[in-house]
Design a protein. Structure first.
Lengths: 347, 470
């Protein structure tokens, strides 16, 4: 008679060996065939595209993560702020481009500044009207309010903005050209100039954010508030000012991201333009560890790459689903995210 | 309660319900027009959905915002079975729909089990986002299945005929709504429901008291999902044609809004909110187009009115905190006299009837608010403030419209704009959600339920005092 644990071990061993053999002889050739049949030449191109897309997600995710860090609030209306940014860029381009008298670079500058300013104002207004009165309320009511604000912006701006037919920022606004590079190992790579600029500006903005958070007085205040809201208030930090600045910075980053994405890709703008990027950026923030600024950047790039890898595999119909799969997996197996340290709410 | 009396009341209420359904099907529904029938049936479906979500959100306290996914799974699975296995003429239509309700319930219940599992680890807003993600995954998967019609939509038809069939009758929808409400109500009245409430109030304490929190949460998800799946099965066989658009994220938010506005945790609140919040906006569809001046004039008036009302209230409550009882009494008296005089004066001068009515409403609201704030009866004082705000908005709208029309800048922008009244539904909904959250976070009814004693108390009749679980 074998002892019970030995019987279990034996059973596991037998099943394991069987599975391994079936894997080797049954699945391995199929997998090998699948791997061989992929278009490996396109992989590097897709990863580059993914990183460029990821820079947009990272910028939006920074807004989510900063607001979460300070207020412990998932700002569902952030995606709508992004949408408004894209529309502002469109209107600026339309008003000024027809006059045709200013240089394209100045126009781009005006578009991005306009988007950032309007988005900051919108973000601060939302915080002032909807979130501040509820700061001491249960977190679930703030969450519902955030959903309500998001729904309100989406549906009421449908009445205000021109959406039929959905406008898009004209390609002629975009002065960048496509660059083709022939590299010895990677083969021919295509860089869209607009997307390269997008990546560059995103990195510059992230560096500026890093400087502000790490080396300025308000940045120190933000870190303190993020560490412990109540104690920071007791230490004489003007908490409301910090929250306002957080919303200004986060919304401005979303506005810049919206302007760049809408200009570089020329996607038709609808009022649900911010819905999917918003949700994906939120997933990016969770993936990197919500409340953690480097985490949001890392998560954003990973999300962008993951999305285009799904496209590369050939399942482009499911590229929107991958965000939610990642979200659920992260929440179930590593709720703190990749770089986060604070545990997800336990009570 | 002794056993015979219990059975008599129970059988009696079942008989009343059956009689009601019979009358609804044979007498009431034919008397109504097609559109009214449709609105009432969809309203009852929404009531079912809101009550089923309330079981998860309000009663068990697991905040889920992907409820349309279960509705969708019920609708698509039952439609799929009908398309492949139903032959017209072989089986009675209503029997088949009842079978399909079971199919929808089982499919959605399994999905509810799958979603219920993450709820073991996640809480609060994270669970909300995970359920949202689940809902979107379901939508995307269905979108990419050609057998389910993909983005073109699915025609619900029999296997032996290409035409859409609409088998659902009004008594099934009403019956399902009543059944779901009855199940939830009985669950809460018996010991089986207490674990759900315990998990909502304090999960840690509940588990310390021996409640199996895991089982409770998963059960709540399965039950809520199965109810939504039943509603979905009825919906697909009612419409005869289903598309993804009918189950998108906005639909989920709509159901959440109904539960939250009605009062999370209140079955009565959820059912009423589901029914009326569907009907009221839909009735806007019949109205003529609204000019841009009217919409923005109203918004402007609302902003000004809210600001004014909040300022008055703030001043009043500040005085209350520092002053004396006599001062309040004097203020209240002066306020009432002033409001009365203002009302008298309005009716004696030549102004449009609209202005007279709205200013009177405003004065009445101010008087009520002042009296009851002074006497510290918060519910009635709150009612007075709402009336005051409504009156102020009504009084200010017309001057604001005139203002917008007379300023050349706004006139130029707004002159060509007009909105279909039906398109204003979602903005109104969202604004209502935000305002309810800001002013009354527990929702209209809070955790209260309908009871005869409650009605009696309102009308001042003798009643039993009931303890309400907070």
């Amino acid at each position: 008679m074998i002892a019970r644990q030995h019987r279990v071990a034996l059973a596991i061993g037998v099943v394991g060996v069987f599975l391994l053999l079936s894997l080797l002889f049954g699945w391995f050739p199929i997998m090998w065939e699948w791997i061989r049949s992929r278009n490996w030449g396109l992989l590097d191109q897709q990863i580059i595209n993914g990183i460029q897309l990821g820079s947009i997600y990272a910028l939006i995710a920074l807004g989510y993560t900063m607001v979460y860090g300070v207020l412990r609030l998932i700002n569902f209306a952030h995606g709508e702020v992004y949408m408004v940014g894209a529309f502002v860029a469109y209107y600026v381009a339309e008003v000024w481009f027809e006059k045709n008298s200013i240089s394209p670079w100045l126009l781009l500058l005006m578009m991005i500044v306009g988007s950032m300013v309007v988005c900051s104002a919108l973000g601060v207004t939302i915080e002032r009207l909807a979130y501040r009165p509820l700061r001491s309320a249960p977190r679930i009511s703030i969450l519902i309010t955030a959903i309500g604000v998001s729904l309100f912006l989406q549906q009421s701006l449908l009445l205000v903005f021109r959406t039929a037919p959905p406008p898009s920022i004209s390609e002629t606004v975009n002065p960048f050209r496509t660059i083709k590079v022939d590299l010895p190992v990677f083969g021919e790579l295509i860089f869209s100039g607009g997307q390269l600029a997008m990546f560059g500006v995103s990195v510059v903005l992230m560096i500026m954010l890093w400087y502000v958070v790490s080396f300025t007085k308000i940045g120190r205040a933000m870190r303190a508030v993020s560490h412990d809201f109540n104690t920071a208030a007791l230490m004489g930090i003007d908490v409301n000012r910090v929250v306002t600045v957080t919303f200004i910075i986060g919304s401005a980053l979303a506005g810049a991201a919206a302007m760049m994405n809408a200009t570089a890709l020329g996607t038709p703008l609808k009022t649900d333009y911010g819905l999917l990027p918003g949700v994906k950026a939120f997933v990016a923030a969770v993936l990197g560890g919500i409340g953690n600024i480097p985490g949001a950047v890392l998560g954003g790039f990973l999300m962008g790459v993951a999305e285009l890898l799904v496209v590369w595999i050939g399942q482009d119909l499911y590229k929107d689903a991958v965000a939610f799969v990642i979200l659920i997996l992260v929440l179930m197996f590593k709720p703190t995210g990749l770089l986060g340290t604070t545990a997800v709410e336990k009570a | 309660m002794n056993a015979p009396k219990f059975w008599i009341t129970r059988l009696g209420s079942i008989a009343i319900v059956v009689l009601f359904l019979f009358l609804l099907q044979t007498k009431i529904a034919p008397a109504l027009g097609f559109l009214d029938n449709r609105l009432i049936q969809l309203g009852m479906l929404y009531a079912t959905l809101a009550v089923s979500l309330n079981l998860i959100n309000g009663i068990t306290g697991q905040f889920s915002i992907g409820h349309a996914a279960f509705y969708q799974i019920g609708a698509y699975s039952s439609a799929f079975v009908t398309i492949h296995y139903y032959n017209t003429g072989t089986i009675e239509g209503w029997v088949w729909v009842l079978l399909m309700i079971i199919v929808g319930a089982v499919a959605a219940g399994i999905a509810g089990f799958v979603v219920g599992l993450p709820s073991l680890r996640l809480r609060g807003d994270y669970l909300a986002v995970a359920t949202l993600g689940f809902g979107e995954i379901v939508r995307i998967i269905i979108q990419n299945q050609e057998k389910l019609g993909g983005s073109y939509g699915l025609t619900v038809r029999a296997a032996n005929s290409p035409e859409a069939i609409k088998l659902t009758q009004i008594w099934m929808i009403a019956g399902l709504a009543i059944l779901v409400i009855a199940i939830c109500r009985n669950l809460l009245k018996t010991a089986h429901g207490l674990p759900f409430l315990a998990v909502r109030e304090d999960e840690l304490a509940a588990s310390a008291m021996g409640v199996n929190t895991t089982r409770t949460k998963v059960t709540a998800f399965i039950l809520g999902a199965a109810f939504a799946g039943m509603a979905g099965a009825l919906f697909s066989h009612y419409e005869g044609f289903i598309t993804l658009k009918q189950f998108d994220m906005n639909q989920s938010f709509l159901i959440v809004a109904m539960v939250v506005i009605g009062g999370a945790g209140s079955i009565t609140g959820a059912a009423m909110a589901g029914f009326f919040l569907y009907l009221l906006p839909e009735s806007l569809r019949d109205l003529p187009d609204v000019s841009g001046f009217a919409v923005f004039g109203f918004v402007l008036a609302a902003v000004v009115a809210l600001t004014v009302a909040i300022q008055i209230r703030k001043r009043l409550s500040l005085t209350q905190a520092g002053g004396t009882q006599t001062a309040f009494a004097g203020m209240g008296l002066i306020g009432v006299l002033g409001a009365g005089y203002l009302a008298y004066w309005i009716w004696s001068v030549e102004v449009p009837a609209m202005t007279q009515v709205s200013l009177t409403i405003m004065c009445a609201g101010l008087a009520i608010a002042m009296i009851f704030t002074k006497r510290r009866i918060p519910n009635l004082a709150g009612f007075g403030w709402v009336v005051l705000c409504a009156g102020l908005v009504a009084a200010l709208t017309i001057p604001m419209i005139h203002l917008l029309q007379s300023v050349s800048f706004t006139h130029a922008i707004l002159a060509d704009i007009s909105y279909k009244a039906g398109n204003l539904r979602y903005p109104l909904f969202a604004a209502m959600l935000v305002i309810v959250m800001l002013t009354r976070p527990q929702g209209m009814l809070g955790h209260h339920e309908f009871s005869w004693d409650w009605l009696k108390r309102i009308f001042g009749l003798p009643h039993k005092r009931t303890e309400i679980a907070a």
